[in-house]
Write a protein that binds this ligand. Structure first.
Ligand code: HEM
Length: 478
């Protein structure tokens, strides 16, 4: 008995010694970077605000400036929100790579696809898929986007005319249908697996996000990780069905869309590569686009004067037409500015990170980051930085008319879709889709504010609302 207790005591002591030495090592390595007190094992998690990462990091920014270390446990990250340094981090892809958060944590869901791969594999993946995501490629799907949005408005919103709705399901289904047709010629309208996919992709994203942001392990015996791995297998089986259908259509000589499915088959990707690439595109593009739609509708409901201006613009450009053309989308500049302002305040991908493969100096301020440091770029905080944005928390789409910023602005640190060679491949798809969805919605529907509703925002991989996005829906008189 005594010897068992002795062994437990010895193991505990050894564990605590290793943890403390590791903590000391990290503390010395990053001594030159400003920060608040951290403790062995728990880092800064003793702080009551630490689990609310955005709030905690904004407090740290006020105290320590735009570069500081953040300890979500025993291993610190260096938070960098100085636009010039962020540019260096996101463009010098030889020094700043996607590290173990991507290869161990993201990879549980994404495998080795476009989001997680590095170097040559990433370049090959990107060149296989990029041509489908350019503006002209996306515009081939305007007709489908219009048809699907109209169908969803009539089937999902019309029945709740005059009452309230949580818009998550509406935008998740719409985003899934557009994604399915765009990437694989598949319409999810009557697919019995659609609900499961919507739910699983969202759940997977929030679990992995939590494990990354709070530095939690992803051991296979943890029940939620075990379940996630089973869900990924089910997703691969679903993708196999889509591939089989395409192959049998090909064998029957049916015409085929020039889409990512075709690109992957023509490039002779293995089945495993195709499963991982499709899961990657779906996981990266689905929750993001759906929540973008939710936040846009929510902000229009809070700001009736902005909503009216969008309605006026849509009327001016389209009249009563619904056949939206590429030229129409270019003319809806106020709507585009509203979308940009929504992405500024609700930065759907709130954080990105990179790991240094060698010691490196941040060119703009001379601070050095040792090899193996994770640099965390809080896109969400940069978008509300008072040094860059006047009245940063105010919803003011007109600021983009004055600034003449395109979808991204490296100078302002406004990077809702990232920056450099790893910029979001789906940014044009998301913006065109957003434009079509809201042009058609604004022709028919007015969103209204629910006085006692406020979304509870939580930052994982994407920025989600844990209590949904509720608005009132009223169909306009014809
Ligand atoms: C509003 C919607 C969206 C937002 C805010 C968004 C945001 C982002 C951001 C910030 C990144 C950069 C991540 C990093 O640097 O680590 C990214 C990458 C990526 N996004 Fe999106 N995204 C959206 C929609 C989409 C869509 C519709 C797709 C595809 C269907 C997509 C697919 C991807 C992929 C594959 C990457 C990785 C690109 C690479 O590393 O080469 N995203 N996204």
């Amino acid at each position: 008995m005594l010897s068992i207790l002795g062994m437990i005591g010895y193991a505990t002591l050894s564990f605590l010694t290793i943890i403390t030495l590791q903590w000391l090592y990290e503390l010395v390595r990053l001594w030159h970077i400003p920060s608040s007190l951290s403790l062995p094992l728990i880092g800064q998690l003793y702080h009551p605000h630490a689990p609310m990462v955005m709030k905690f990091l904004s407090g740290m920014r006020r105290k320590h400036g735009k570069i500081f270390s953040f300890w979500p446990g025993n291993t610190p990250m260096v938070v960098v929100m100085e636009p010039k340094c962020v540019r260096q981090i996101l463009t010098d892809t030889k020094t700043f790579v996607k590290g173990s958060d991507y290869s161990n944590k993201f990879a549980i869901v994404f495998g080795e696809g476009l989001v997680t791969s590095n170097g040559t594999k990433h370049r090959q993946d990107r060149s296989c898929l990029a041509k489908y995501f350019v503006r002209s490629g996306v515009e081939n799907y305007l007709g489908y986007m219009v048809e699907t949005t109209q169908d969803m408005i009539e089937t999902t919103l019309r029945p709740v005319d005059g009452s309230t709705i949580d818009l998550q399901e509406f935008f998740h289904m719409l985003a899934l249908r557009v994604f399915g047709y765009f990437s694989a010629g598949h319409d999810y309208k009557n697919d019995p697996e659609a609900q499961w996919i919507n739910h699983t992709v969202s759940k997977g994203s929030s679990i992995i996000g939590e494990h990354i942001v709070l530095g939690l392990p992803v051991w296979s015996f943890i029940p939620r990780i075990k379940q996630l791995k089973k869900d990924v297998q089910k997703m691969h089986a679903h993708i196999e069905k889509l591939i089989k259908r395409r192959l049998s259509d090909r064998a029957a000589g049916k015409p085929e869309n020039d889409d990512p499915m075709k690109g992957m088959l023509d490039a002779n990707l293995s089945r495993k590569e195709m499963y991982e690439q499709f899961t990657t595109l779906l996981s990266a593009g689905h929750d993001t686009t759906a929540f973008f739609g939710c936040y846009m509708a929510y902000m229009l409901a809070q700001h009736p004067e902005v909503q009216q201006k969008v309605k006026d613009e849509v009327k001016e450009v389209l009249g009563g037409r619904t056949d939206i053309t590429p030229e129409d989308t270019k003319k809806m500049t106020y709507t585009a500015n509203v979308m940009k302002e929504v992405l500024r305040l609700y930065t759907v991908i709130p954080f990105v990170n990179r790991t240094t493969v060698t010691d490196v100096k941040l060119r703009d301020n001379g601070l050095s980051l040792p090899k193996g440091t994770t640099a965390l770029v809080p896109l969400c905080l940069m978008n509300r930085d008072g040094d860059v944005w006047e009245n940063p928390n105010e919803f003011n789409p007109d600021r983009f008319a004055d600034l003449k910023i395109s979808d991204n602005s490296a100078k302002h640190g406004y990077l809702p879709f990232g920056y450099g060679s790893r910029t979001c491949i789906g940014n044009t798809l998301a913006m065109v889709e957003g434009n079509v969805m809201f042009a058609l919605l604004m022709q028919k529907v007015t969103f209204t504010k629910i006085p006692d509703f406020k979304p509870k925002i939580s930052a994982g991989i994407s920025l989600v609302s844990t209590n949904g996005i509720r608005v009132g829906v009223t169909f306009d008189k014809e």
